[in-house]
Design a protein around this ligand. Structure first.
Ligand code: BGC
Length: 768
């Protein structure tokens, strides 16, 4: 695979730099520690190689051997990390980014250099001047591809850039289920279904780690809202939690084997995530046997003894906590016998297990930045956009755009210069620069987010594909002027935007800034109007009946303009399907308003990236009463008809499904003949849903089928037991009984359905 090849080449390439890397890191460690004695290597001393260098041994054994060789101070230094923007004086090799933890050069233990990386190597508010990276579309777009190979390639691309920039721990792998359509970070996550989100995040993580660096999976768990996220106490029935958000994490860990898990800011059933024994020990260790380490979210630690005993292994961004809980207080707690010495060894063993298992220990990152093939990486970003953008409506053959159109007008959304991106720690400063950047005046995100456009002009891209047409742009600020421009054109395309950011939930699903009025005015002026939505999740569409074509472009990343142009002109077919339900109204949601503490405005100061002191603030409950019925299962249970269901998306061609039949037994599946009746190639996505008893059905499998025009294929979709089985004693146990299996083209549109009886079925860890 390409990612693995790059990693192997890099491994060879970097060995030449290793001596320098070690010696400069040694100086740093020496400065921090006061003094360091450099031990001779085993070979120099004429001894056999130590256990930790024996690559044939399991990572955990090598890690345990390393820990035995470490001093107590070295161990204590490895369990808490610095936040570079606040570290003074900064170590010589510290790059501005999210985190830095000095290593132990005499043992080859790497300095951990952490960067945010959900959508690319992040560089929020340009903390590293001039340092650009490739920006993927938002994770919702990746999820919409339903293609784990593409998720892998996106991860491999980010990992390669991170490694070349000398980062080795990526704060990636966001897999909180999008329970609330309000979620400020929904764009950073992989949708509302545990199987889809888990499979896709696992593939992404494997891609990142194919570069011999560590990826996290985050934010464990139930960090489902941004409003006062450090104080939101997510209340949920345990069985329902295990059946939903924890299922997504478990599948992601199983498939991706991330070196680290990041615990979230919020509380779950009364305990902060990062000191929640049920989450960190009962589930993660006792049930799932997870071998890597748990790092805190930045500013997410509230105690020493409780957190250490609950299972937190490393305090991140220590300057953001009220005190460095895992610094001196941990040493004191160990000395006083409140935290066993063995627990410190366990923390460090787990960190080193993640470091070794990911390949980082044996393939240290380069000491200096390496060249990056940005063109090849941009192609990955474009492919994810082309496969993940969703066609929601296409009446009267408005799309694809005819190359014969003489006059095309683009309206709004800064479509003359670029495409919108989401805000917060995932923000990439993309290759090509930032054509529009709007600082925030207030609010919890103001210190670390700006409204940022990537340099990928839809106007230029459309002009390039329609050289014979007159393609113009008007801003959309004035609906009357926009309508006049639309009236004068063959086709009008409105680019409507909805910005979302970490640390804030959106307060309405309606498009902001009078864009509904703008769309109405344009649609009234030109029957050939297209709306392209650049949103971080669902938006309401009161104008839907009056607009013939609607495209959900998400935040389409640094090649979004080019991808959109190709899709609009039909150079590539639409293949994306919604990974998240779009409601018809806010009243349909499980929580029809964003939740704030009872009695008024939330203590915003506690909600930002680094939260600081929350001791005076009181947590407040958020009731996840829908339990495991997240997203489409909620709508089904309520008998509500959404605007667009989960799994929905149109193509330019027409598929016909026939001869569907179902198989029970140990490997339940559905088989169907898919025929492409249209004149173009396209991607069909038959989806398999299963329901037991009265519970709403859930996605248990899908197949992505690319079919040339007028061809057909028999396709089998198998049931993935991880979607519905319970995890018992190290195995997935699917309870036997009657299941209603439905093959559909989305969560509500059935091709065929049948009740089958399944025997109890036990599956060992089903990786990948
Ligand atoms: C976010 C994490 C991020 C961390 C470091 C936090 O505010 O919740 O997702 O990785 O900051 O930047």
């Amino acid at each position: 695979m390409r990612g693995a090849g790059v990693a192997a080449d890099r491994g060879r390439q970097f060995r030449a730099h290793k001596r320098h890397a070690v010696s400069s890191a040694m100086l740093v460690a020496a400065a921090l520690a006061g003094a360091v004695l450099v031990a001779p290597t085993a070979a120099q001393a004429g001894q056999s190689a130590p256990v930790w260098q024996d690559t044939s041994r399991p990572a955990a054994d090598r890690a345990a051997a390393l820990v035995k060789a470490m001093t107590r101070d070295e161990k204590l230094r490895y369990v808490h990390g610095l936040f570079p923007p606040m570290t003074k004086p900064a170590p010589a090799d510290m790059i501005p980014s999210a985190g830095y933890i000095p290593g132990v050069p005499r043992l080859g233990i790497p300095t951990l250099r952490e960067s945010d990386a959900s959508l690319g190597v992040a560089n929020q508010v340009e903390q590293r001047k001039g340092d650009v990276a490739t920006a993927l579309p938002s994770s919702l777009a990746t999820a919409a591809t339903f293609d784990p190979d593409l998720a892998y390639r996106g991860g491999a691309m980010i990992g390669a850039e991170a490694r070349a920039k000398t980062f080795n721990v990526l704060l990636a792998g966001g897999v909180n289920l999008t329970r609330d359509a309000w979620g400020g970070r929904d764009f950073e996550y992989l949708g509302e279904d545990p199987l889809l989100a888990g499979v896709m995040v696992g593939a992404h993580i494997r891609g990142v780690q194919s570069n011999h660096i560590v990826s996290t999976i985050k934010h464990y768990a139930l960090n489902a809202q941004e409003t006062d996220r450090m104080l939101a106490d997510s209340r949920i029935d345990r069985a329902a939690l295990e059946d939903s958000d924890l299922r997504a994490f478990h599948i992601g860990i199983d498939a991706g084997e991330p070196g680290s898990v990041m615990c979230g800011y919020n509380l779950v059933n009364g305990d902060w995530d990062c000191e929640n024994k049920y989450l960190l020990t009962t589930v993660l260790r006792d049930q799932w046997d997870y071998p890597g380490w748990v790092m805190s979210d930045w500013g997410g630690v509230h105690s020493t003894d409780k957190a250490a005993l609950a299972g937190l292994d490393q305090e991140s961004g220590q300057e953001l906590d009220k005190q460095i809980y895992f610094g001196k207080p941990l040493a004191e707690a160990i000395a006083a016998g409140r935290v066993p010495e063995a627990r410190l060894d366990q923390m460090v063993t787990r960190i080193l297990t993640g470091v070794i298992a990911s390949g980082l220990y044996d393939h240290p990152t380069p000491a200096t930045a390496q060249p990056i093939d940005y063109d090849a990486h941009a192609a990955v970003a474009q492919q994810v956009a082309e496969q993940g953008i969703v066609l929601l409506k296409n009446a009267d053959g408005v799309l694809p755009l005819a190359k014969t159109a003489r006059k095309i007008v683009l309206i709004g959304g800064h479509a003359d210069v670029g495409v919108l991106s989401g805000g917060g720690s995932s923000q990439v400063r993309s290759v090509g620069g930032v054509p529009v950047e709007i600082p925030l005046k207030s609010g919890p995100a103001a210190s670390f987010a700006r409204i940022t456009w990537h340099d990928s002009s839809p106007l230029d891209a459309i002009r390039a594909l329609a050289p014979g047409a007159e393609v113009t742009y008007v801003s959309g600020d004035d609906p009357v002027a926009a309508a006049a421009a639309a009236r004068n054109a063959d086709v009008a395309i409105v680019f409507a935007t909805q910005w979302r950011t970490e640390a804030e939930d959106i307060q309405t699903l309606a498009l902001p800034d009078n864009q509904d009025r703008l769309i109405d005015a344009v649609a009234g002026a030109n029957p050939h109007s297209v709306v392209v939505l650049e949103t971080g999740g669902p938006a309401l569409m009161p104008w839907l009946d009056r607009v013939p074509a609607v495209v959900e472009a998400w935040y389409p990343g640094q090649r979004g303009g080019q991808a959109l142009a190709r899709l609009l002109f039909g150079e590539v077919d639409f293949a994306g399907r919604l990974p998240m339900t779009f409601p018809a109204s806010e009243a349909q949601l499980p929580r029809p308003h964003p939740v704030t503490p009872a009695g008024g405005a939330g203590p915003d100061s506690a909600s930002n990236a680094g939260a600081g002191d929350t001791s005076a603030l009181r947590p407040f409950p958020v009731d996840y009463h829908e339990g495991a019925n997240v997203g489409y299962r909620w709508y089904a249970g309520q008998g509500e008809k959404p605007l667009f269901p989960f799994g929905y998306g149109l193509t330019y061609t027409r598929f016909n499904y026939s001869d569907a039949h179902f198989t029970g037994g140990a490997q339940p599946s559905a088989t169907v003949t898919v025929r492409n009746d249209g004149d173009r190639a396209g991607v069909a996505l038959p989806q398999l849903y299963a329901a037991a008893g009265d519970a709403p059905a859930r996605l248990v499998g899908w197949q992505r089928v690319k079919l040339a025009s007028h061809t057909s294929k028999s396709v089998t979709v198998t049931l993935d037991p991880r979607a519905i089985a319970a995890w018992r004693d190290g195995k997935w146990v699917l309870p036997g009984g009657a299941y209603r299996l439905t093959l559909g083209t989305d969560a509500v549109t059935s091709i065929a359905s049948e009740t089958v009886t399944l025997p109890q079925h036990v599956t060992e860890k089903a990786r990948r």
